[in-house]
Design a binder for this molecule. Structure first.
Ligand code: GAL
Length: 928
């Protein structure tokens, strides 16, 4: 045990803290402070507040097992009786279990952290007496943590694995077979200079998975249980300026708590914010715009001012608005100004000031390619006695939204069909640890497909992801919860929903409401309360009302896979969001008599019942495939559920890439397109889902990651990518043939060839011989030659639009693998440890053609200013740890993710080797 030595507890008594603070106040009063050099980098040049990244150099310790963990628990949890996590996603959620708590728990000390987000003062929590954990070794500043692991944040403790393989794994396929569960501690010394005495100092955590509890200098400060929320702790009363302050954070992430891989650890950024005691509050500005046109817009601004001082103050604000450039940097002169007059704020209280201005010729924010995501920044100065005491920056965009029940969504007057995808929070082989470049790469690939919208399924995203969607111009459905009171997995969010729903929801909205990309708020996904009539609808109403109080400018929604038009549940939401119900669920005769959800197509029924509400498909498809795997025979239908011999093979745990197969409650992309086209009032769809994610490997829970992504876990495009591209970007010439043409064992056998093209017609040639020209009829989205007999050689598709040649694709039978080829997504990256290069490795033949069946073993080597963070190949069944520098290619491809070393500009040289193949090299410049 790392902590079994004897300790000389440095247990600060209240008396001691008071003494120190008095001394410091004395020093400050008499100007005897000195300014210590700041150890960490500040984010901007703001002279009035500091936002310091404290991601570097934490000490980390995770208990081997839950049994060995300390008992500083947030709350007791029910016994897990049913730990099978391979239930179909649309299983009816069940009631919470009642628990009697007899043990000492820390919840009463943690709940007050959320008080700012509880509207009714009578419901706010009062911190009990006492200081639990204050004598525990890990929270003491003189505890010797030298044997603990050194980590930098964002950190996902589970991603390194190893995977739990085989039957009855400790963590099942649903949660990704990785050790995300467990209790762990993070410790860091904060160097707080004496000059900070008298300042308000906050810890800002963008996300910690989960049940975070925080001690500073041996005192329990507070915490936040929900792993997806961003939260703040006021460290001021516990800080001792003039030296090192010991921060200790305990996390306790339960197994059986999620339907997908949650990750574990402090997996988002952490900041220290230092401000004058009288300052602009957390997420303290709210900017809205009305009467928006190209010639003018009225901008309104609300500012929350916190007076943490002991005196009443009189303050005013001046806000200057500037344009932001496409990188998000302030540019040009002031374009508008908002002043608010003097406001008295009582000691220890918060208050609001408001102002507005007309902005002439605003540059509107809107989604490309037809619009530009222009943005502004509001720089607010807080003044007291003519002196500036704080400065706060708010990025925002100006755009008008219109929701028309008969035609859909309009941004700045332009009709924008939602061509969206659902995205989970993990970043593939990098796990849940947030990385801006990895997220940006995902969005770039999605954009190439024609995607214009993201549903943040099913929980608050990293704030930087919304900065990206704002900057790049994606439309966003921001979603709070997957679960309310009724549970989907034994230890999921239902355990804390009753105590925390208000705080989690208000904090999400206050954090994200200035983001122009966010166009609606979803208060839940397929929640069990759909089934509980008025009771469930009453909870929905509470959540809806909270959202409206925080942001009346955007509609609310909640995704329904079960509730029907005549039920109370849909009456509450502004936008009707349907999961799968639009196309109908389990309609094939084989599902007759099933006890699962079986629903006829519902778009018309909802439209009729709610003629004033916009309808959106918040989840469509759940089509599945393994990149580069094709199974025979191929169904003649446009959509089929997956079974052995029908798109699936449970032995190899793969699903065919003919892209006609879906989970039982889903539909192929083709079927969804057809039903959306037949119902033009539907405002669009969010496909389940964009990128494969870790966990939820329906239909094969023996695997590690999903099959439903349009793009695989490594970021390689499946065939489906081109099907969506053909439909979403009808004006971009493209044609795509599937399958590959390496079938030595199928000579003379029927091997269907399908072509995805943005045109309406194509001719297919096999070894120069025409196999006929085919034309799409209405509601057809692919061209299929289902009776092609395989012979090696060349397949060529020539597509035509309106009779004119439009695009071409060629697929050739390759020779055997002889070499590797490697390329980087970017050849220059920043030398900051955060920036990444994604190296794609192809196994090719002598002619440079990727061998689509090659699974050669590949080794990655690196020299110079970078390191390999992870490797992958996109195979959902592969259990080689993501950290490994060696892995097989999967159907011709493999990936390495390279990170720069901080402050070490230079060349990063990656060499890729495989026995018997010619090696490849790729060079990335770092820090030029
Ligand atoms: C839906 C659910 C998603 C995901 C999907 C898998 O019912 O909302 O979270 O589970 O099924 O196909």
């Amino acid at each position: 045990m790392l902590f079994s030595k004897s300790f000389d507890y440095f247990n600060l008594s209240n008396y001691k803290i008071k003494e120190i603070i008095t001394l410091i106040s004395f020093l400050v009063l008499f100007g005897l402070t000195h300014v210590d050099a700041q150890s960490a980098a500040t984010e901007s040049d703001n002279l009035y507040r500091e936002r310091i990244s404290i991601n570097e150099d934490w000490r980390f310790y995770k208990y081997d097992s839950i049994e060995k963990a300390d008992n500083l628990i947030y709350d007791v949890r029910p016994e897990v009786e049913d730990d099978k996590d391979d239930k179909p996603a649309d299983t009816k959620p069940t009631e919470a279990k009642n628990l009697e708590v007899t043990q000492m728990v820390l919840k009463p000390w943690i709940l007050p952290t959320g008080n700012d987000f509880i509207k009714d003062p009578a419901k706010r929590y009062v911190r009990p007496e006492g200081n639990p954990g204050s004598d525990f070794p890990f929270v003491q500043s003189d505890f010797d943590n030298s044997l603990w692991e050194t980590v930098n944040l964002p950190h996902d403790w589970a991603i390194k694995g190893p995977f739990y393989e085989g039957p009855d794994p400790e963590v099942g396929g649903g949660m990704g077979r990785l050790p995300s569960h467990g209790v762990a501690w993070y410790r860091k010394k904060l160097d707080i200079p004496l000059s900070d005495a008298g300042k308000s100092i906050f810890l800002d955590v963008d996300g910690a998975m989960s049940y975070a509890m925080v001690w500073l200098n041996g005192k329990l400060v507070g915490g936040w249980p929900f792993g997806y929320s961003s939260w703040r702790l006021d460290l001021t009363p516990y800080i001792v300026p003039g030296g090192e302050n010991q921060l200790a954070i305990r996390l306790d992430n339960p197994n059986n708590s999620s339907r997908w891989y949650p990750g574990g650890g402090i997996y988002r950024n952490v900041w220290l914010t230092k401000a004058n005691p009288v300052h602009i509050g957390q997420w303290g500005t709210y900017i809205t715009a009305k009467d928006i046109s190209k010639t003018s817009a009225e901008i309104s601004l609300e500012i929350i001012i916190d007076n943490n001082s002991k005196n009443e103050v009189v303050v005013s604000t001046i806000t200057k608005i500037f344009e932001l450039d496409s990188e998000g940097k302030q540019s040009g002169d002031v374009v508008a100004e908002i002043k608010t007059s003097n406001k008295k704020i009582t000691a220890g209280k918060k208050d609001k000031v408001k102002g507005s201005v007309i902005l002439e010729n605003p540059k509107l924010w809107g989604p490309p390619p037809t619009q530009t995501p222009n943005r502004y920044v509001a720089v607010t100065k807080l003044m007291q006695n003519e002196k500036q005491i704080d400065q706060y920056e708010t990025k925002f965009g100006i755009r008008s939204l219109k929701f028309d029940p008969d035609s859909g969504i309009y941004v700045n007057g332009e009709h924008i069909k939602i061509k969206g995808v659902n995205q989970h929070h993990d970043l593939g082989a990098l796990g849940a640890a947030f990385n801006i470049r990895a997220a940006e790469r995902q969005l770039e690939i999605l954009r190439e497909m024609g995607c214009n919208a993201i549903r943040m399924s099913h929980n608050p995203p990293a704030p930087e992801l919304l900065e990206l969607t704002d900057r790049m111009g994606f439309l966003v459905m921001d979603e709070a919860f997957d679960v309310w009171e009724r549970r989907k997995t034994p230890l999921d969010f239902h355990l804390i929903f009753p105590d925390w729903y208000e705080q989690d929801l208000r904090s999400l909205i206050r954090r994200d409401r200035n983001c122009p990309s966010v166009i609606m708020w979803s208060y839940g996904n397929e929640v069990g309360e759909q089934y509980t009539d008025n009771e469930g609808a009453a909870i929905a109403k509470q959540l809806h009302d909270i959202i409206k109080e925080e942001d009346p400018t955007r509609p609310t929604t909640g995704a329904m896979n079960w509730a029907k038009p005549d039920m109370p549940f849909p009456t509450v939401m502004d936008v009707i969001s349907l999961n799968y119900q639009g196309e109908g669920i389990r309609q094939d005769p084989e599902f007759e008599g099933t006890n699962r959800i079986r629903t006829s197509p519902q778009y018309d029924a909802f439209h009729e019942k709610f003629p004033s509400k916009v309808i959106l498909s918040s989840e469509t498809a759940s089509a599945a495939s393994s990149r580069g795997i094709y199974l025979f025979p191929v169904t003649q239908n446009i959509s089929s559920s997956i079974r052995d011999g029908r798109g699936g093979d449970s032995k190899i745990q793969h699903v065919s890439s003919y892209e006609l197969y879906a989970v039982d409650f889903g539909s192929s992309a083709d079927k969804v397109f057809s039903s959306i086209d037949r119902h033009p009032f539907v405002s669009g769809e969010f496909v389940w889902n964009g990128f494969d994610y870790i966990g939820e490997p329906t239909p094969y829970y023996g695997a590690r990651s999903s099959y439903t992504g349009i793009i695989d876990l490594a970021g390689f495009k499946k065939d489906r990518f081109f099907l969506y591209q053909s439909y979403w970007l009808p004006d971009t010439p493209m044609a795509h043939i599937l399958p590959h043409w390496n079938w030595p064992e199928r000579i003379g056998e029927v091997t269907p060839v399908h072509v995805f093209t943005s045109s309406d017609e194509a001719e297919l040639f096999l070894n120069g011989k025409s196999l006929g020209r085919k034309k799409k009829v209405q509601y057809e989205y692919r061209l299929r030659w289902d009776d092609v007999k395989y012979e090696p050689g060349e397949l060529k598709a020539v597509s035509y639009k309106n009779g004119e040649k439009w695009a071409e694709d060629v697929v050739k039978t390759t020779d055997v693998p002889t070499r590797l080829e490697a390329s980087a997504d970017r050849n220059e990256i920043q030398a900051d440890r955060k920036d990444l290069a994604f190296i794609t490795v192809r196994v090719t033949d002598n002619n440079g053609l990727t061998v689509p069946i090659a699974n050669n073993q590949i080794q990655f080597e690196i020299e110079g200013s970078g390191e390999i963070v992870a490797t992958d190949n996109g195979d959902p069944t592969n259990f080689v740890p993501f950290l490994s520098h060696e892995r097989e290619a999967f159907n011709g491809l493999a990936l390495a993710v390279i990170r720069s070393k901080p402050g070490e500009p230079g060349l990063i040289k990656v060499t890729v080797k495989s026995p018997g193949l010619k090696e490849a090299k790729v060079v990335v410049k770092s820090g030029y």
